[in-house]
Design a protein around this ligand. Sequence first.
Ligand code: BGC
Length: 460
Amino acid sequence: MKTASRSPFVYVAAAISGLGGLLFGYDTGVISGAILFIRKDFALSPTWVEVVVSCALVGALLGAMGGGALADRFGRRRVIIATAALFVAGALGTAVSSTVAWLIAGRIVVGIAIGVASFTTPLYISEVSPVAIRGRLVSINQLALTCGIVVSYLVDYALVDIRGWRWMFGLAAVPAAVLCAGMWWLPESPRWLVGQQATDRARAALRRIRGAEDVTAEFAVIQRSLAVQAGGWSDVFAPSIRPALVVGVGLAIFQQVTGINIVIYYAPMIFGYAGVTSASASILATVGVGVVNMVMTVVAFLLVDRVGRRPLLLAGLAGMIAGLGALGLAFRLPDLSGSLGWIAAASLMVYVGGFAVGLGPVFWLLIAEIYPLQVRGRAMSLATAANWGANLLVAVTFLTLIGLAGRSLTFWLYGLVGISAWLFAWFRVPETRGRSLEEIEAHWAAGRHPLALGTAPHTA
Ligand code: BGC
C-alpha cells in the first residue's frame, strides 16, 4: 500500500477527471455575466431572464436523477466520457444559438451534463484513490469547481467590452474536450469492474493506477466486499443503508439551504444592498468572494486527511453561522460611518470561507465514501438530486424571502438553518478519515451507529 500511495498516476487521474468539477463551476458561474448581454440581444422580460438563468438547474436536477443508474450499469468512465461530449455539444450549441428556445435547450443540455458530472467526478476519484489520500484527492473536485467559478467571472469580465456572451459559453468546449480525451485514456474504476465480475480487467486497472505490480492485498479487500450482488433501487432504501442515506441527503439539503448560492449567484446584488453602488467595485468584490472560496478550499484540501471530515465540517459551519449573523446585524444597524459595505463584505468572506473549508468539499467527499459499492452510483445520484432540488428551491425563493422578511431577517433565517445543520453534523455525520470504502460498508452492514465509525477498530 505504501508504494501505491506514492504513484503519481492517481493524481493525474484525479486532475483529469477533476475537469468535470471545473466545468460544473464554470458553467454555473458563467451565466451571471452572460445574462447581461443575452437580456438585451433577445429583449428578454424579467421572467424570461429567470428562465434562462435557472433552466440549467432544472437540467442538473434531471442529470443527477438519471446519472446514477447509468454509472452503476455502464461504468464510471463511460458515463464521464458521454458527459464530456454533452458538455462540448452544450457549449457549442449555446454559443451559436439564434433563438431563445435554442439557447434554453442548450442550457438544459449543459445542465444535464453538470448534474451528472457533479457526482460522477467525486465517485470516480474516490474509487481509484488509496485510503490515506482519498479525502484530498476527492477534494480536487471541489477545488476545480471553485477555480471554474473564478475563471468564469474573469472570462465574463474580460469579454464585457466585446459583449462576448457567445464566447463565454463556447470556451467551455475546450476543457470539456480535454476531459473527453483524458477519460478515454484513463482506466475504468477497478471497484466498478470487480462489481461486474471483470476480475482481470479490474486487477490490470488497479495496477496501472497504483503504478505497482503487486496489488494483491488491496484487491482482495475490494473483492471480499463484493460477495453480495449488485443492487437496484430497492437496495438503496434497505434498512442497513438508511443511516447513510439520511447523512447524504441531509447534508445535500443543508449544503444548499444554508444559502451558499445566493452568494455565488447574487453577490453583486448583496453588495448593492450594502451600498456598494459602482458596478466595477461590486464585480471586484464578487471576484474576491470567488477567490476566498477557492483559497479556503485549498485549506480543506490540505487538512481533510489529517484532521478529518467532521472537524472541518463543524468548524466551517460555525464560520458560516457567524458570517450570516454578522451580515444580518449589519443590515439592522444604522450606517453611521458609511462602513456597511465593508462589514457586509467581511461577513460574506467569513461565511464563504466557512463553506469552502467545510460543507462545500466535505459533502461531496462523504457521499462518495459512505455508500456500499452495490448501490453507490444510485445512492449518490439520490443525494445529488436532493442537492440540486434544494439549490433550485433557494434560487427561486431568495428574492421573495427578501421581499417578505427583509434583508436582516432573511440572513438570520439562513443562520438558523446553519445551526440546525451544525447539530445534524454533530449527531449524525460519521468520521470516514483513514477508513477504506470496504470498512465503511461493513460498518453499515453491521447496523452500527454512524458516529461509532470514527472510533471502531480497523477491520480491513
Ligand atoms: C455546491 C454548489 C456551489 C459551490 C460553490 C458546491 O459544493 O454544491 O452548489 O455553487 O460549491 O463553491
